[in-house]
Design a protein around this ligand. Structure first.
Ligand SMILES: [Zn+2]
Ligand SMILES: [Zn+2]
Length: 136
């Protein structure tokens, strides 16, 4: 990803490398604040603004994925292969779901009259098994 960033004409600083390392090595779809907190464990001086701008740059170039949990909260995913997500509305956990099988979303035949689909985003929402267990 660092190479891709360079190829896209972005300066790759030490802070940016650490921000990229953080998003690549996690599978929990963190938000910008979480990424910032984790990077600060290694680089205390990193600012939320730097993290925000780096993540936005990666997203704009299609190098990472964004999951809009609601209108205000964006979560990020370094896995840009096609897959869907399960979002727990109780604890905020986001789990990758294979896009085959139940993840397949059937649209009406009218879709072809509306436009050309380039990607499909499916969010399964509910309570994760941990939150269900906590309730019992
Ligand atoms: Zn949960
Ligand atoms: Zn994902």
């Amino acid at each position: 990803m660092v190479e891709a960033l360079r190829a896209n004409g972005l300066k790759v600083t030490h802070q940016r490398t650490e921000i990229i390392r953080e998003i690549v090595q996690t599978k929990d779809h963190p938000d910008v604040e979480t990424i910032c907190r984790r990077v600060r464990g290694r680089i205390p001086a990193v600012s939320l603004d730097t993290v925000y701008r780096t993540i936005s740059a990666l997203f704009e170039r299609g190098l990472i994925n964004r999951i809009m949990v609601d209108a205000k909260r964006a979560r990020y995913d370094a896995d840009v292969t096609r897959h869907n997500h399960f979002v727990c509305d109780t604890c905020g956990r986001i789990v990758d779901i294979d896009s085959t099988g139940r993840g397949g979303c059937r649209a009406s035949d009218k879709l072809s009259e509306v436009g050309v689909v380039e990607r499909v985003e499916v969010l399964f929402r509910g309570k994760c098994i941990h939150c269900v267990a906590d309730q019992e």
